[in-house]
Design a protein around this ligand. Structure first.
Ligand SMILES: Nc1ncnc2c1ncn2[C@@H]1O[C@H](COP(=O)(O)OP(=O)(O)O)[C@@H](O)[C@H]1O
Ligand SMILES: [Mg+2]
Length: 296
């Protein structure tokens, strides 16, 4: 897809150029003066979400084998970062989780993806139901251009043939940390918001149908540093009720938000472990080279 030619983004650059944000020591030492995502009540779980289990996942585009035998568990009510150079297969993996991969002409997947012990690829499983329980947010905010803020949030509910209640829209906007900023202009176009607000609007749209899992594919790559921090704070908050998979190019971001980190290279999983370990004491030399910026 087009995002593998995306150059390093501005906020990536800002982080990279800020010496306080160097990855050294454990992630606790990252950015001591930066308002690290606050863990108000670490471990508080308000709604138990399921883990996402990938077993020997393989994905192809025509003859190109882009994801190879990936076995990986995204733990329930945790944020897992998926890192790796462009083209390593991160987006393909997340698209396989909610069965978006199969929408691409010539693309196919094999293996198992299970959510609450239900194989999302089981012939009896309804794709719409899969996508309702597994929300997704992309790199570029994509609110429906002709719709108001309110209707953008309600869109998912409408698609799943549920009546849109004001209360649900408000809850989703609150969940996305956007309510206070938009409550007086819900009838205005979603695309009139700033980039960061649009991304939170897309998160609200995903949250409105009360998913179990939220897949975030470089959700802050197109945003400024302040908006990026807001997204990161949101991840911390959302973990209390859903399971989060976040693809990121930004090592510091992974260090800040993720409980565990998985490193991919050439379609394969090289290593998955607690974020602290991946950044300070990985098992594989390729992981070490990547996280210390030797390539990628
Ligand atoms: N729609 C597509 N059609 C053909 N090849 C694709 C498509 N999307 C991704 N690929 C290829 O699959 C590989 C993995 O890509 P991708 O999952 O986008 O990686 P990442 O998200 O890690 O940058 C790359 O070689 C990429 O060129
Ligand atoms: Mg990608």
């Amino acid at each position: 897809m087009s995002d593998d030619v995306t150059p390093r983004t501005r906020e990536d650059q800002v982080y990279r150029d800020d010496p306080r944000l160097e990855v050294s020591g454990s992630p606790q030492h990252v950015a001591p003066e930066t308002p690290r995502v606050e863990q108000r009540e670490p471990g508080r779980i308000v709604r138990k979400a399921p883990p996402v289990v990938l077993e020997r996942l393989n994905a192809w585009y025509g003859g190109m084998h882009s994801v190879r035998d990936l076995t990986l568990t995204f733990e329930a009510n945790k944020a897992t970062a998926l890192i790796g150079p462009s083209g390593s297969g991160k987006s393909t993996v997340v698209r396989c989780i909610n069965r978006m991969h199969e929408e691409i002409p010539g693309a196919r997947a094999e293996g198992r993806v299970t959510l609450d012990e239900v194989d999302v690829y089981d012939a009896k499983v309804d794709v719409v139901a899969v996508r309702r329980s597994i929300g997704m947010v992309f790199q570029k905010p994509n609110p429906f251009p002709t719709m108001s803020i309110y209707d953008n949030v309600g869109a998912g509910l409408k698609l799943t043939a549920r009546k849109v209640e004001h209360e649900q829209v408000e809850r989703a906007l609150r969940g996305a940390g956007l309510w206070e900023e938009v409550k007086d202009r819900l009838d205005q176009p979603g695309i009139g918001l700033s980039g960061g607000q649009q991304q939170r609007l897309c998160i609200a749209r995903a949250l409105a149908v009360e998913p179990d899992v939220l897949l975030m594919d470089e959700p802050a790559s197109a945003l400024d540093p302040i908006s990026t921090l807001k997204i990161e704070e949101l991840v911390e908050e959302l973990k209390h009720s859903i399971t989060i998979v976040i693809v990121t190019h930004n090592m510091q971001q992974a260090a800040r938000v993720a409980d565990s980190t998985a490193f991919m290279l050439n379609g394969e999983l090289v290593e998955h472990g607690p974020t602290t370990k991946i950044f300070t004491n990985p098992d594989d030399t390729r992981t070490e080279e990547y996280v210390t910026g030797k390539f990628g």
